[in-house]
Design a protein around this ligand. Structure first.
Ligand SMILES: [Zn+2]
Ligand SMILES: [Zn+2]
Length: 470
């Protein structure tokens, strides 16, 4: 019985973990590596296992850094099922197809460049059609029900409160007479966040695999965060500028819209024009409304199945490119939410081109920004950034609001682990080095628990006591 970390080890993106039990092999997640162009190149490397010999994939949630290599895995010979929560399946339906379009588009652009240089063309990682075809292999699993997915493997999904359908995954493995239980946190949600319920607590595990994105930081309280956003809105209004919010299509976007709707009357939001400039995020917002049974009681009552436009009357959905371009004419009073979340492409880049050099405008960063992305440069205070091959001065004010994050902060990660009985061995994944080292030291100090930062290719024999030497 073995666990091997083959992704999101020493990084945040590219989540992928291999479990071997008896004659079976399963993958926990199969995500795309995101970030700089060099990081993205790693997606083209062959998998460090034979995809045809994987019996099943268990998917924690729909975010591309967890699901985005599934079509590639299928292309490389994987013919088993992908077990995912019902809402994850609905979201993957639109997200993987969109990822396929992006891959096709990137390959086309690269091939134009290659043609000019007389180089042979490259293939897209996978196409939109391939992504759609792969959805046939998805099987829906609800929360809180034990499901035997293979003769020696049982899983149960628990609400992780991170995005719609996100799961903490419990896995029971048997080999001969031995039984072991592994718990994978997936991405853990931010407690008290609007819309979704808080992450479920699990008490028993022989090994815990936990994310550590914000292992070195705590988020501000929701009240302080609201105050912070109010301050930015006032400053932008006085300066007569716009607010740009690069956001992932699923999760942060719906949270922001809902949160603005909740504060529509008292935050002065009614004076603004809010644009959701992302066809994918618009579709994801509809999928949220269709799964309102997964909301927390307050959101069920306030949002329910109602269209978001009825909650937030100043919201405009811009679907077409020409509608999106029309926003460029607006010099002040617009809140523009667009992707991609790390500003590596998509419509947000066009809006940055129009606004980033204007001192009147403000950029609000709400999500994790991987190293090497324009979003990370903005967070790190770069004076200039390159957008579509052109260099722009950064005069707009850039704010990073951790309080709007979709991830648990440091204290919440610690207390989630603290709920396990008997301090099971803890393996940290999905984090940058500094966050992971800080969290590891705290776990040791507070709980005297065995904790290890996963490196790529690390293997743990679950049938034996796990020797951690960190
Ligand atoms: Zn996520
Ligand atoms: Zn993630």
């Amino acid at each position: 019985m073995k666990l091997t970390t083959v992704g999101a080890a020493g990084h945040v993106t590219g989540s992928c973990h291999l479990i071997e039990a008896g004659d079976f092999r399963i993958l926990l997640d199969c995500g795309l590596i995101q970030g700089s162009r060099k990081a993205a190149e790693l997606n083209k490397e062959p998998f460090p296992f034979d995809p045809a010999r994987i019996d099943a994939v268990v998917l924690s949630h729909a975010h591309i850094d967890h699901s985005g290599r599934i079509p590639l895995l299928i292309k490389a010979g994987f013919s088993g099922n992908v077990f995912a929560h019902t809402a994850t399946r609905a979201l993957c339906d639109i997200m993987l197809k969109d990822a396929g379009f992006i891959q096709e588009h990137d390959a086309e652009r690269e091939n134009r460049r290659r043609k000019r240089k007389g180089m042979p063309p490259v293939e897209p990682l996978y196409t939109a059609d391939e992504a759609v075809a792969g959805m046939q292999q998805f099987k829906s699993v609800p929360y809180d029900r034990k499901v035997r997915i293979l003769p020696s493997v049982i899983i149960r999904f628990r609400d992780a409160g991170h995005i719609l359908g996100s799961c903490v995954v419990e896995v029971w493995l048997t080999e001969g007479n031995e039984e072991r239980k592994l718990v994978f946190s997936g991405d853990l949600g931010h407690q008290g966040a609007p819309i979704l319920r808080d992450p479920k607590i699990v008490h028993d595990a022989d090994l815990v695999l936990m994310e550590s994105t914000y292992g070195d930081r705590d988020h501000r309280s929701w009240e302080d965060t609201a105050e912070e956003v109010r301050g930015i809105a006032n400053a932008t209004r006085n300066a007569k500028g716009n607010i740009l919010i690069p956001a992932f299509a699923v999760g942060r976007t719906q949270m922001l819209l809902y949160w603005m709707a909740q504060n529509y009357n008292d935050n002065g939001f009614s004076d603004w024009r809010v644009f959701l400039d992302s066809p994918l995020a618009i579709r994801a917002t509809h999928i949220y409304a269709a799964h309102e049974r997964l909301f927390d009681p307050a959101a069920r009552q306030a949002w329910g199945k109602k269209p978001m436009e009825s909650l937030l009357p100043n919201l405009t959905y811009t679907r077409t490119a020409s509608q999106s371009m029309a926003i460029n004419e607006i010099e002040s009073g617009a809140i523009i939410i667009a992707g991609s979340g790390m500003c590596t492409g998509g419509r947000i880049v066009h809006h940055l081109k129009r606004n980033v050099w204007r001192k009147e405008s403000h950029v609000i960063i709400v999500g994790y920004q991987a190293q090497g992305t324009p979003g990370r440069l903005l967070v790190d205070g770069a004076k200039r950034i390159r957008l579509f091959g052109e260099t722009f001065q950064v005069a707009a004010k850039v704010h990073t609001i951790g309080g709007l994050s979709a991830h648990a902060g440091q204290e919440a990660l610690l207390s989630w682990y603290d709920q396990f009985h008997g301090r099971p061995p803890l393996v940290l994944v999905h984090g940058e080095t500094r966050a992971q080292e800080t969290l590891r030291d705290l776990v040791k100090e507070r709980y005297a628990a065995p904790v290890h930062i996963a490196a790529y290719g690390d293997s743990f024999d679950l049938a034996k006591p796990i020797p951690f030497d960190d």
